[in-house]
Design a binder for this molecule. Structure first.
Ligand SMILES: [Fe+2]
Length: 482
């Protein structure tokens, strides 16, 4: 494996909060005190594993591994002197507790591999443990109703303690949600209700939920009555509606067996956007057909006159899940981000298709709610592949001007999980900072960068060296103490 991938290797828990002494630059005076937390995959029993049986071979993929939270505390004394403390800890899901007590893996890996083997692996996991796969709470962290949660979309959120990073257990809204929950729920503007989607390979495939602002009640639940299970990784909100993009990347077993979804055959299928009134029923959904694409992350969605504006990051193919990539997995990822060949439409040339398939850009769809017309365009217009979009969250569901993405030129640099920190007395949308974990491949050291959002192209205002390596991960958030 290339050196560039060594920062995917898991790390141990560091134990108690560790004071971090070394900070280059200065944290601005009006930066809020708080905690920056990022979630990521940290396999409990080492790196990539595979299982070989008479049914074929299956592998864990890089997105699969127990969730580990990495937190950096930003605190200030009465004289205005900053101190920083770091801690990391596993998210202790039910399956983490089971496997860590056994001190060896219990579940067979099933996310990727020969189809008969993945189906057989799922079957044995269900027989032994009552579920097809492990609970990986490794993708994101969010707050709702004053509580904090770790989440990956294969299961319900896990409530966590923001300071100790202890896991309190599953959050099952109203005791009746009882199904997977998106990694990217959204707070609706004005009401503060939390809007989520939950997908499942068995019916109902797609359910949207609206949870009260205090988190105590599931006030609305809608089964979209889809006949297929699309990968809805994200959900958008406007003042009045919930937004889903159905790009028809389905998890039907026959498609997994063909491995069709990885190499773009799905381009022949429709992609469409659902605009759903916040408390609407299935008949109130308006569907808008769009150019076929793959989309995991929305940047923002909002109403603008008669139009609903949807902005998100689109690619030509999907990273997950996929058929067997074998030894060339990392080489494949590198070629996938290749911009030069992204325009190739020679669908008979598999190598040309693979080159550039993961190239991602920001796209905008304007959906006219009166005429049902769709206008779409690329809004980035750069040669850089970009994903992991974020905005100032105070503008979620509202008209916004600024969006931030991460430039992706390899799998490694796509895994940073930045967060926007709004200035406490912010006047303008871009009053704030971007915080992010970063890793120096040469020295194999990790640090946190603070970048002024108003001077995005300039050097970071502060660089805080961390006491241990932080592997590449998924999404992060900053939770202010005030
Ligand atoms: Fe995500």
């Amino acid at each position: 494996m290339s050196d560039i991938f060594k920062n995917f290797a898991p790390v141990e828990e560091i134990g108690e909060l560790v004071k971090v002494d070394h900070c280059q630059g200065e944290i601005p005076e009006d930066f809020p005190e708080g905690i920056y937390i990022r979630n990521g995959s940290n396999p409990l029993f080492g790196g990539l594993k595979s299982a070989i049986s008479v049914f074929g071979k299956t592998d864990n993929v890089w997105v699969e591994g127990e969730g580990m939270l990495h937190a950096l505390h930003f605190t200030k004394d009465a004289q205005g002197n900053w101190s920083f403390y770091y801690k990391n800890r596993f998210v202790e899901t039910d399956t983490y507790n089971m496997e860590s007590q056994r001190k060896k893996p219990a579940f067979l890996p099933v996310a990727e591999g020969d189809a008969p083997a993945t189906l057989a692996g799922s079957f044995f996991n269900v027989m032994r443990f009552g579920q097809a796969n492990k609970i990986y709470s490794n993708t994101n962290v969010f707050e709702h109703g004053g509580k904090h949660y770790s989440i990956a979309e294969n299961y319900m959120p896990q409530e966590i303690n923001l300071i100790s990073l202890e896991t309190y257990g599953n959050w099952n809204p109203s005791g009746v949600w009882s199904r997977p929950f998106t990694s990217h729920p959204k707070k609706a503007p004005e009401t503060g209700e939390l809007v989520a989607v939950g997908i499942d390979t068995t019916k109902p495939h797609c359910v949207v939920g609206v949870i009260s602002a205090d988190g105590k009640e599931l006030v609305h639940k809608l089964d979209l009555q889809l006949d297929h299970c699309s990968l809805f990784h994200d959900i958008g909100v406007t003042k009045k509606c919930n937004i889903l993009i159905d790009f028809m990347l389905t998890m039907r077993p026959e498609r997994v067996m063909k491995g069709g979804q990885l190499f773009g055959y799905e381009r022949e299928k429709d992609a469409r956007i659902a605009v759903i009134p916040r408390y609407g029923d299935v008949d109130s959904i308006k569907w808008f057909n769009i150019e076929p694409c793959v989309i995991y992350h929305l940047m923002n969605t909002y109403e603008d006159g008669d139009e609903v504006v949807v902005r998100g990051c689109t690619a030509n193919a999907a990273i997950i899940p996929g058929p067997v990539w074998g030894e060339d997995k990392f080489d494949w990822f590198s070629r996938g981000f290749n911009f030069k060949n992204v325009a190739s439409n020679n669908w008979n040339d598999q190598k040309a298709i693979e080159d550039g398939m993961l190239f991602t850009s920001v796209r905008e769809w304007r959906l006219n709610m009166k005429t049902l017309a769709v206008n779409e365009r690329d809004v980035t217009g750069t040669e850089y592949s970009m994903d992991f979009p974020m905005i100032n969250e105070d503008f979620t569901g509202l008209k916004h001007q600024y969006g931030y993405t991460q430039v992706i030129d390899s799998l490694a640099s796509s895994k940073a999980g930045s967060a926007f920190v709004a200035k406490p007395e912010a006047v303008e949308e871009d009053d704030g900072w971007i915080v992010t974990f970063a890793h120096d491949e040469d020295s194999d050291t990790s640090y946190v960068l603070v970048v002024d959002a108003k001077n995005f192209g300039s050097e970071p205002v502060a660089k805080i060296n961390l006491p241990q390596r932080v592997p590449y991960g998924h999404h992060g958030s900053f939770f202010s103490f005030t």
